[in-house]
Design a protein around this ligand. Structure first.
Ligand SMILES: Cc1cc2nc3c(=O)[nH]c(=O)nc-3n(C[C@H](O)[C@H](O)[C@H](O)COP(=O)(O)O)c2cc1C
Length: 386
């Protein structure tokens, strides 16, 4: 049986706070502050704490050479502990298969550690929101102090070269009306045409370009690093005329919905709630769009590249803004949130997170007639001044 170290391993020394009455009794603050060595390795489902001896052996081991157990210059117990924690993988094992997926996807170590450490599973932000609602502006300021200023000014006003504000255009009207929607109308369905138009403009491929044998690039309305467009739309449809509630994948070249799983209205609503970590005001969105990145497609070209993960996140920003504008043009409301349960979304759609996963939840739908939930509309573009 041979072993090797997993492909990517970062070890974070992380301080933990523990309350100890004995320390308080001798006049201290009652806090003990042990430091854990937390191993971050993307092929694992979560983090694992290692001992200093395990960390030293793991850091010195090769991630490429297979070796028998007794070839490691370390205690057998340490090697076995590293195997049990799957930081050493056994050739041909299930963990070896997971680790190989990290290798063939060409993840960069820090990007993979960041991605996997930031995914949530079954998080409910409702309690946190209730706590936030209790915090008054004053107590927030007491706690955080004033924010950094909105602009970093590099010159005094007298030295600024003023630019002419452009004459209002159609794009200004759209930008002014783009207000994140937290009030969706459950009593009116979205039309199939509205769904189609927003998806086409944000995610649809206008042309498939044969770049080289085996390499096809897409031309879309949004830019994408290398024209690879690795991010696709997975949908949770709740309230669209002529489209049954459930989970779908949008095919950007065929401009078609691929049904993944039908749901009744109740299951669709509870799934929506889970996806957005219980942010109630987004649950009613007629359609949720999960921008989901096939990391392997971009990392195929930008292998272990320092900028590759950043590039795919930037793509998601372009897609989201285009979706917002396409929805706004039709008089619809749209939203984006980063507070999402990635793990639940991956499981619902049957995605392997080592290869592809959601980076946000977005959505759109018919705006409600009343503003019951907060929206940031200081221009009063959507809501009249109260
Ligand atoms: C990356 C990102 C993450 C966001 N996450 C949340 C969120 O978790 N919950 C939420 O209610 N709004 C979220 N928003 C929406 C912002 O709160 C909103 O854009 C901001 O308040 C400005 O309002 P506007 O979009 O109407 O201009 C997010 C926006 C972005 C771009």
């Amino acid at each position: 049986m041979r072993l090797r170290r997993c492909a990517h391993l970062l070890i974070e020394p992380r301080e933990r706070l523990e309350f100890d009455l004995a320390l308080l009794a001798v006049g201290g603050d009652g806090l003990r502050k042990p430091v854990d060595l937390v191993a971050l390795a993307p092929h694992l489902a979560g983090e694992v704490v290692v001992s200093p001896a395990e960390a030293a052996v793991a850091m010195a081991a090769s991630p490429t050479d297979w070796r028998p157990y007794d070839a490691f210059e370390a205690d057998a117990a340490v090697v076995e502990a590293l195997r049990a924690k799957a930081l050493f993988v056994v050739e041909g094992s299930d963990m070896d298969a997971r680790d190989r997926l990290v290798r063939v996807t060409h993840w960069r170590a820090v990007a993979a550690a960041n991605h996997y450490a930031s995914r949530w599973s079954d998080i409910d932000t409702e309690a946190a929101q209730e706590r936030l609602a209790e915090i008054t502006q004053d107590s927030l300021l007491d706690r955080l102090g004033p924010s950094p200023p909105p602009v970093r000014e590099r010159t005094p006003p007298s030295q600024r070269r003023k630019l002419t504000v452009p004459a209002p255009s159609a794009i200004d009207a759209l930008l002014d009306h783009r207000v994140t929607c937290r009030n969706f109308d459950r009593t009116h369905a979205l039309t199939r045409e509205q769904l189609s138009a927003v998806l086409y403009r944000a995610y649809g491929a206008r042309v498939v370009h044969d770049y080289a044998p085996g390499v096809q690039l897409l031309k879309k309305g949004v830019p994408s690093a290398g024209a690879l467009h690795p991010t696709e739309a997975y949908l949770l449809v709740q309230h669209v005329d002529g489209v049954d509630p459930g989970l779908y994948h949008y095919h950007p070249v065929d401009h078609a919905l691929e049904p993944i799983r039908a749901m009744d209205a109740e299951e669709a609503a509870s799934t929506a709630r889970r996806f957005v970590a219980a942010q109630g005001y987004f649950v009613d969105a007629h359609v949720m769009v999960m921008p989901t990145t096939r990391f392997r497609r971009t990392f195929w070209k930008y292998r272990n590249h320092a900028k590759a993960y950043r590039a795919v996140i930037l793509d998601v920003g372009h897609l989201s803004q285009t979706m917002y504008l396409a929805a706004t043009e039709l008089g619809l409301g749209a939203f984006i949130t980063a507070a999402i349960n990635e793990v639940d979304i991956e499981q619902a759609f049957g995605l392997d997170p080592l290869e592809e996963g959601p980076l946000a939840v977005t959505g759109f739908g018919v705006r409600g007639a009343e503003r019951n939930e907060i929206e940031f509309d200081p221009l009063n573009a959507i809501w009249p001044a109260s």
